[in-house]
Write a protein that binds this ligand. Structure first.
Ligand SMILES: C[S@@+](CC[C@H](N)C(=O)[O-])C[C@H]1O[C@@H](n2cnc3c(N)ncnc32)[C@H](O)[C@@H]1O
Length: 212
């Protein structure tokens, strides 16, 4: 049996199709039903894909979240719809501008124009003892990013990472790339689950982990 969805995430019908949904202002052209719910497109969101594939992410709703690689806010907007305080780190100014608009209707969403490889630059803003880090940074050294940000997680917190093989090594077979990233993570994390996301996102591995 699939784990239950977090509070604030439901399956609802849009145009006769059951879709994952959260309740909040639309962000990327998605429809909104009469009750204020909007579909969460797993094809545009690795975290959405993890939920669609039934991974046990350990999310109940209301978590305090650090989101690394927020881009224009597609996924982090859904996270802020069901989570508590949500710190969204993005280092590219252009998408970060759109992220500010997304945050305008969500008072629990805090955008940070910062480099996720340098957590010391936002440690004065982001609380520690967080329940969850969601990581989706398309950069080389994704294992290092997760290790450097481990400092913010509670001992029983969760790292939910989407590892993009092509960002580590554009030429190698993804199956050869993921073990190296997992080996890096194992220095400080216990890996609870992994799953390829190829049904929705080519060459990505979902990793669910907790601090050792
Ligand atoms: C695949 S996109 C993220 C998509 C987003 N998570 C979503 O689902 O809506 C990856 C993002 O990571 C950002 N990124 C890459 N390296 C970063 C770093 N070191 N610090 C912060 N953001 C970074 C990129 O600018 C890009 O916007």
């Amino acid at each position: 049996m699939s784990p239950s969805l977090p509070d604030g995430v439901e399956r609802r019908s849009f145009d006769g199709r059951e879709r994952l949904a959260t309740r909040g202002e639309p962000v990327y052209g998605e429809p909104q039903d009469d009750d204020g719910w909007r579909p969460w497109d797993a094809g545009r969101s690795k975290l959405g894909a993890m939920l669609e594939l039934g991974l046990d992410l350990g999310l109940d709703g209301g978590e305090r979240v650090l989101y690394l690689g927020a881009a224009a806010g597609t996924t982090v907007s859904h996270v802020a719809d069901f989570a508590g305080p949500t710190y969204a780190v993005e280092f590219a100014p252009r998408p970060a501008r759109d992220l500010l608009d997304v945050a305008a209707s969500r008072e629990n969403l805090f955008p940070l124009l910062k480099d996720a490889r340098k957590p010391e630059t936002y440690a004065h803003v982001v609380e520690s003892g967080l329940d969850c880090i969601v990581q989706d940074v398309a950069t080389r050294g994704q294992g290092t990013v997760a290790l450097r940000n481990n400092r913010f997680l509670a001992p029983d917190g969760r790292l939910l990472a989407a590892i993009k093989a092509r960002s580590e090594d554009v030429l190698s077979d993804p199956a050869d790339v993921f073990p190296d990233v997992l080996a890096d993570l194992r220095t400080e994390y216990e890996i609870l689950d992994t799953q390829r996301l190829d049904r929705y996102h080519d060459d990505h591995l979902a990793v669910v982990a907790t601090p050792k």
